[in-house]
Design a protein around this ligand. Sequence first.
Ligand code: UDX
Length: 432
Amino acid sequence: MNIAIIGTGYVGLPSGIGFAKLGHNVTCVDINKSKIHSLQNGILPIYENNIEQLFLEVVNENLTFTTSYSCINEADIVILAVGTPQSNNSEKADLKYIFEAINEICKNLRDKNKYFILATKSTVPVGTGDKIEQIVHKINPNIEVVSLPEFLREGYALEDFYNPDRVIIGSNSDKASKAIKELYSHIDSDKILITTRKSAELIKYASNSFLAMKIHFINEIADFCEKSGANIGDVALGIGLDSRIGNKFLNVGPGFGGSCFPKDTLAMLGMAKELGVGVSLIETTIKGNNDRFKKIANNIKDMLKDIDNPKIGILGLAFKNGTDDCRQSPAIEIIKEFIKNYQNINVYDPRAINNAKGILNDNVNYTNSIYECANECDLLVILTEWDEFKDIDFLKLKDCIKVKKIYDTRNIINFNEAKKYGFDVINIGVKN
Ligand code: UDX
């Protein structure tokens, strides 16, 4: 098939690479000229596990990049994968990029009777597909507007592309649903659900809200463990063995972040208010998660309260492992909470330093390794669950850190190994 993908971000680009690898002809469109120029020259603007090699195999072969929307005239399917960030002044998603893209599609469409599918992968409020349809059908009534929500996890985008738990198709057109099923012919048909556009739009928000709630739930249980003396590691394992709960998304941490959970839970709140319905569990999750950033920051301040002019080492800036993305990163939000009080903060992240610099500027010292970050520190704090931090060389660390104290907010380091080298490790969800 000929596919045009509008947007070359964390969803559009991996999807374009995936479809091209499957043999489709893919043209990715973006208004960002420098991004398109980099991509045309084989340079990736984002980091994703295993993306580089696949990208180089298809770029400028059956995967091309352009700033022009004219490619939609040859497309069988046009996929909208532009950002829908949270609005500045409300909980709702900002749809300006969606409607700018729709406007460009209408402007560039030459054959006003051409049949093609317009599939929205971007996360959009329930009912947006109807609004898109009203606009495009004024130009061409033969455009089939479909909801095709994306469930890729950053850092695992290609893994989730090739092996998704499900493909949700929101359409009441058999022809369109059939064409999308063909696009996903690499997926077992029992993993493909065809439903209405509005249900497909809500499935996306409800999924992310439930996962965010699950994370907040286990973080609150961790707080309970810290006071009661139970062990969160065993409690999470124990409840996860119940197949109705499942063992995923029960990893404790400093709270959830990223470009999706925070904005999607807020958008659910905004939509619910407009509909006059309550989403109290989601509302509590949002508040509780934001409070957790403050709680972790206060714990750090408390650990340093008796030290004059303390030096802190922070391991992890990305919102999670496997990505360079710092948008709504718990690590960044926590650093912001205490950056005013401390001038001596070293930070290290395997991938996200460049993105973090755009947020933290020169308020912290950027370092190039765990050990450089820990050098002469009174406290080392782990905020992102990078695999590199799971294998810290404690013998090497002992020689550079001033105080052997580690606050591991992801419970990822080997506690007993660290103790062997005399480290005082403070975990989440155990009575320290
Ligand atoms: C999420 C959804 O998982 C994905 O299906 C959707 O398409 C986009 O939003 P993503 O935002 O990339 O994906 O990250 P995810 O892996 O879900 O993690 C989100 C946040 O939760 C991160 O800050 C992560 O560190 C945190 N997290 C995740 C936990 O704290 N504990 C967990 O067990 C899992």
